[in-house]
Design a protein around this ligand. Structure first.
Ligand code: M6R
Length: 369
């Protein structure tokens, strides 16, 4: 049931605040302690973990890329992220102290399933992050942390992605908690910030009219580029993937620091470039670097579409279009920064006359190889 929405995708975008809140529900107690009893891997085992490997495909892979920043920062455990379709055909170095995190909305993606089997054969423990109760991936894993996004019908993943991010943060924080890392105080703060994040997603959704208008005005374009740094880089990749699969446009995401190593050659007059700007607070060096990147591409004619925090004035002179997102801790910013990119892709695809729930050539769950 679309409940009055023009598409399942629009409905699922709108459901994100609830999906995020539901995924947090009952997992953080009043004192800010995480209780993930459902993660049936004993704390003793989690204390011994010396490497985390995240495997996933598509949008779930982008959630994994963001998880790496959180896991390494809060736990100091090295974390690798790999496309399941590559991992399964490699000869990866794994043992019983490796925690493999398999992320999948459907729980049926063949490559992710094969990757987890490959990992278990070598003695690694597998924790699934999944949205579908009783599906194959959680059944074959040692433990599962369910995302509570509810059924996702549209082929393009939206609310599942946000809840995968929440689950990844929970896993990272929980690992930090059981291991008692030196980031203990920070973890308490983040847990509090996470509790308010559903409201922040709601606020972003309330300000999307200019994004829709902008998307419609760009419907005739052939290419859109996306740039980001740090956790903004996977957000850029996700923005580009949404646009490819829905609008059938050439869209690419880059790490902004790579511009001079090649991609800047693509910049030409009036080329739309979406830039995800990190918070000017905290790691301000990242922010300053991206402001220079925006200046560089604009000087070469790019039409800059800047996604920046409320109150970030430094970007204003270089933004042809400015999209404001709420102030959020750096690692959590993808939860709010991705939303405008979903709306942008959905609206642009609709303006091009595409069927957003069922894009051509795609299936909701890729159970074949
Ligand atoms: O069900 P899964 O999370 O394992 O699916 C993985 C990808 O196939 C999926 O995220 C795909 O990339 C989406 N169509 C992206 O919107």
């Amino acid at each position: 049931e679309k409940c009055g929405y023009a598409s399942f995708m629009l409905k699922e975008i709108a459901e994100q605040p609830k999906a995020v809140a539901d995924t947090l529900l009952g997992r953080i107690d009043g004192s800010g302690t995480l209780s993930l009893d459902e993660v049936r891997i004993p704390p003793g085992v989690l204390r011994e973990v010396d490497k985390v490997v995240v495997v996933a495909c598509g949008t779930a892979f982008h959630a994994g890329l963001i998880a790496k920043y959180a896991i390494e920062h809060w736990t100091r455990i090295p974390c690798e992220v790999e496309l399941a379709s590559e991992f399964r055909y490699r000869d990866p170095i794994l043992d019983q102290q490796t925690l493999v995190v398999a992320i999948s909305q459907s729980g049926e993606t063949m490559d992710t399933l094969m990757a987890l089997r490959h990992a278990r054969e070598q003695g690694a423990r597998v924790l699934a992050i999944c949205n579908t109760n009783g599906s194959t991936i959680p059944r074959e894993s040692d433990a599962v942390l369910y995302t509570h996004a509810g059924p996702e019908v549209a082929v393009a993943s939206t609310k599942a992605f946000l809840t995968q991010l929440v689950a990844c943060y929970l896993v990272a924080l929980y690992l930090g908690q059981v291991r008692g890392t030196k980031y203990g105080d920070e973890i308490g703060d983040v847990v509090r910030d996470l509790s308010g994040i559903s409201g922040a997603v709601e606020r972003v959704l309330g300000t999307m009219d200019p994004v829709r208008e902008l998307a419609r005005s760009l419907a005739h374009k052939n290419t859109v580029l996306f740039l980001g740094r740090h956790v903004g880089h996977p957000v850029a990749l996700e923005g580009a993937l949404k646009l490819k699969e829905l609008a059938y446009m050439h869209a690419e995401g880059f790490a902004a620091g790579e511009l001079k190593h090649g991609p800047i050659a693509l910049i030409e007059e009036d080329l739309p470039v979406v830039v995800v700007v990190p918070s000017p607070r905290g790691r301000s060096v990242l922010h300053d670097k991206i402001v220079s990147n925006i200046q560089e591409i604009r000087a070469r004619g790019a039409r800059t579409i800047v996604i920046a925090e409320e109150g970030d004035e430094a970007v204003v002179p270089y933004a042809d279009h400015l999209v404001r997102i709420p102030v959020t801790p750096t690692l959590l910013q993808p939860l709010v920064a991705t939303v405008p990119l979903q709306v942008f892709a959905c609206e642009l695809a609709t303006a091009r006359g595409n069927e957003v729930d069922q894009p051509r050539n795609l299936a909701k769950s890729v159970t074949v190889e």
